[in-house]
Design a protein around this ligand. Structure first.
Ligand code: PMT
Length: 215
């Protein structure tokens, strides 16, 4: 069985030395990738820039921007039975990349950047790539966590959504622990607060069981 996982942040360049990004460390996605490889799955890890070691036994596809992540997912997803989207993809990129470093204008106290929406990679998987395998998204929420996550489950046509409350600094972005709720069309279940390594193992167990129950 082959699993695709996206992890880490994307980086959207503004000029040759600056970019837009976020605080994703990649720890959550890498923990899922490591757990899947330990269970004997073939793992395609599509990752934005992180400082983490690549888990043993995974096929590693490094990317920087949302557009590169989209293309990597498009290339690989047809070979996978399970796809899990843990990456924190930047929702916007610069409308116009500046070929030269953006200069300060001494006469201006403000600078306005025009941003354009990035492609929704997870939201493209069913309708544009025709993917029919198990589709698992994450939902990073700061309010109405379960209701917002359930709306994402439907909007992005996922089988499962893993919701985390990223307003809490102890869990979520760039922490060693997380607390996840697993949401399907039929039910909601707390996976509790644990190390990301432990949650990675639980996620893989839940995905494999979900597939067995569907057969
Ligand atoms: O990397 P860590 O520091 O360990 O932090 C882990 C995490 C908080 C990043 C992770 O647990 C998490 O919540 N990942 C999803 C972050 C996110 O961007 O969530 P979202 O609710 O904005 O997006 C919903 C889903 O759509 C996610 O599966 C996301 O990967 C996907 N998405 C979003 C936007 C986009 N343009 N393309 C996407 O594929």
């Amino acid at each position: 069985m082959t699993l695709l996982i996206t992890a880490g942040p994307t980086r959207e360049p503004l000029d040759p030395v600056r970019y837009l990004s976020n605080q994703s460390s990649g720890k959550m996605g890498y923990a899922v990738a490591a757990a899947a490889a330990q269970e004997g799955l073939r793992v395609i890890l599509i990752s934005g820039p992180t400082n983490l070691d690549i888990p043993d036994g995974v096929d590693y596809i490094p990317v920087e921007t949302a557009q590169e992540m989209y293309q990597a997912v498009q290339s690989w997803i047809g070979k996978c039975e399970i796809a899990i989207f843990a990456a924190a993809v930047a929702d916007f990129r610069a409308a116009n990349y500046a070929e030269q470093k953006i200069k300060k204008d001494p006469a201006q106290d403000t600078l306005t950047l025009e941003l354009v929406k990035n492609v929704d990679i997870l939201g493209s998987v069913r309708k544009d790539f025709g993917y029919t395998g198990l589709l698992v998204g994450f939902a990073a929420e700061t309010e109405n966590v379960l209701a917002n996550a359930r709306a994402k489950l439907l909007r992005k046509d996922c089988d499962l959504i893993l919701a985390n409350d990223v307003s809490n600094k102890e869990i979520g972005f760039n922490s060693d622990q997380n607390a996840l709720h697993l949401i399907t069309a039929e039910k909601e279940e707390s996976l509790g607060q644990h190390s990301k390594e432990h949650l990675g193992k639980l996620i893989i167990q839940k995905c494999v069981k979900y597939r067995e129950d569907q057969d």
